[in-house]
Design a protein around this ligand. Structure first.
Ligand SMILES: C[S@@+](CC[C@H](N)C(=O)[O-])C[C@H]1O[C@@H](n2cnc3c(N)ncnc32)[C@H](O)[C@@H]1O
Length: 220
């Protein structure tokens, strides 16, 4: 971070209170649909989306300060007033911080692949609690878009999703709709790797849900 740079930069969002849910109006003054980019990295994807869709709001979540700052600078340079950057752990943000029905689309692109078997439990897309939290966060018929080059991670998430009723898979081929490449995607494609995509639509669920699902942050 350059020594004299302001903190926070415009468009960075730090809640006043980390243990109460954030209200959507704390982030965005209008009622336009919200899209989230979880683990946004340097933010080229979300910045291009925010530029392309000025009528939508975007919330980028990233835990590393250096990357948060890069996204914020992109927002400042592009005057992207529809983009906010939240420095937070994405698990915490989706499970506790953000309100139910908050997002119309959630992008989870090129997450850390955790290739070692002993780290497999860190693959968020394979965790029922994480999927339940995303389901809760999505508005009715909202979508979750997931992309990875890691085949074991992808295969495992498919098998977890087959046993959970939260989402219906929709078709998604490259070029179906405007979808800029992410920084990591560019790098991995240049190395000859293949990207695997999942586009999921939120289903209305009745019946048993993981206990986490209905706990409100105030109840922790
Ligand atoms: C492999 S990079 C992909 C970045 C970006 N999505 C892209 O495709 O270019 C994964 C990013 O997720 C961030 N990340 C990993 N775990 C996270 C977590 N629990 N909460 C927030 N960010 C996380 C990392 O810091 C990193 O920037």
């Amino acid at each position: 971070m350059p020594k004299d740079e302001a903190f926070p930069l415009p468009y960075e969002f730090y809640p006043d209170e980390w243990f109460s849910p954030v209200r959507r109006e704390d982030l965005f003054a209008n009622s336009a649909p919200i899209e989230m980019d979880l683990g946004c990295g340097d933010g080229s994807f979300v910045a291009r989306m925010a530029e392309h869709f000025p009528e939508r709001n975007f919330l980028a979540v990233e835990r590393l300060l250096g990357r948060v700052r890069k996204v914020s600078r992109k927002a400042v340079q592009g005057q992207l007033s529809n983009l906010r950057v939240l420095r937070a752990d994405s698990n915490y943000a989706v499970e506790w911080l953000l309100p139910r029905g908050f997002a119309q689309r959630i992008h989870f692109l090129c997450p850390d692949p955790w290739p070692k078997k002993k780290h497999a439990s860190r693959r968020q897309m394979c965790q029922p609690e994480f999927l339940a939290a995303l389901h809760r966060l999505l508005a009715p018929s909202g979508e979750l878009l997931f992309m990875t080059d890691a085949e074991p991670y992808f295969d495992e998430s498919i098998s977890v999703l087959e046993n959970c009723l939260y989402f219906t898979r929709l078709p998604w081929a490259e070029g179906d709709f405007f979808y800029p490449k992410t920084d990591f995607e560019e790098q991995w494609l240049a190395q000859g790797r293949t990207m695997h995509r999942l586009r999921l639509q939120r289903r209305e669920v009745t019946g048993e849900l993981p206990p986490l699902y209905d706990i409100k942050p105030q109840e922790i």
